[in-house]
Design a protein. Structure first.
Length: 79
């Protein structure tokens, strides 16, 4: 079974608790993001991508968001 992107991010940052601290959320919140029916809130995805130097991408964390504006530098409001 493939490792959950949050687990990958936590191992890069040091732990789920460390990831939570870096994001301003609890370890419990980070744990919940690994539930099958949960997605990482979109507002945290870019920070996780930065914290992992791009090893965990926004697309891996929340596939319900169109992340192309990050990739192409396009303002999604004006498109």
């Amino acid at each position: 079974m493939k490792e959950h992107p949050i687990d990958v991010a936590a191992s890069i940052v040091g732990s789920k608790a460390a990831l939570g601290r870096a994001l301003g959320v609890t370890k419990s919140a980070v744990d919940q993001w690994t539930d099958e029916d949960r997605k990482v809130p979109a507002k945290h995805c870019p920070a996780i991508e930065r914290l992992t130097d791009g090893k965990v991408r926004c697309e891996d964390l929340n596939s319900e968001v169109d992340w192309s504006y990050l990739r192409h530098g396009t303002d999604p409001v004006s498109v």
